[in-house]
Design a protein around this ligand. Structure first.
Ligand code: CTP
Ligand code: MG
Length: 180
């Protein structure tokens, strides 16, 4: 059923959705690139900090552990068999989301985009690519069992929609400087 599919995709990706938003709240402090440049431009820029990355990753892992506690309740109360997250999968989703976002900043700087400049498509899916790749690397069996082709399809369609929505809300609340 489509609802089950969407519910499973959303649940499985939640530990990858939260890190970027947590990083926005926690950001600041020393940039990861330490101010280094490449070809006259910053390697990553001031928008990628150690603190934001660490807090974002921890927030994603903590959320996964919370979902693990909640999963039996959801499975018993509904027809949706939501997955639980082994620690490597939780870590892969959260850290991978941060790494995907960092990789996108690297690409943005190489293509002459200043900090905060939009990069349509990349902005909405960088963290999905990072999260999926990192999770597959750290726990391939879990990745394969959880992200079936239909679930992956829903993730790719659902994520940009959610991304635009949540960033729009963060912008309106004054938490983010740009609505993307
Ligand atoms: N942030 C952080 N560390 C990260 C990711 C995000 O500290 N690894 C914080 C920064 O304060 C950043 C804010 O979250 O400014 C918003 O994140 P994002 O939109 O990804 O960064 P931008 O500032 O837009 O920079 P970029 O152009 O490199 O994406
Ligand atoms: Mg940005």
């Amino acid at each position: 059923m489509l609802f089950d599919l969407v519910a499973v995709a959303f649940w499985a990706m939640l530990p990858a959705y939260v890190p970027n938003n947590a990083a926005v709240l926690a950001g600041g402090g020393a940039p990861i690139d330490g101010g280094r440049t490449m070809g006259g431009r910053r390697l990553l820029g001031d928008g990628k900090t150690w603190r934001g990355t660490a807090v974002g990753t921890l927030a994603g892992v903590a959320l996964a552990l919370g979902l693990n506690a909640l999963a039996p309740v959801v499975v018993r109360a509904t027809t949706v068999s939501v997955p639980t997250f082994p620690l490597p999968a939780a870590f892969g989703l959260a850290l991978g989301a941060m790494l995907g976002d960092i990789g996108a900043s690297f690409l943005k700087r190489r293509t002459g985009r200043e900090r905060g400049a939009p990069f349509p498509g990349i902005d909405q899916l960088d963290f999905v690519a990072g999260a999926l790749a990192c999770t597959a690397l750290l726990d391939f069996a879990w990745f394969q069992a959880t992200f079936t082709l239909p679930v992956l399809g829903v993730v790719v369609v659902l994520t940009p929609v959610l991304h635009v929505l949540t960033n729009g809300i963060a912008y309106v609340l004054g938490l983010k400087d740009e609505p993307y």
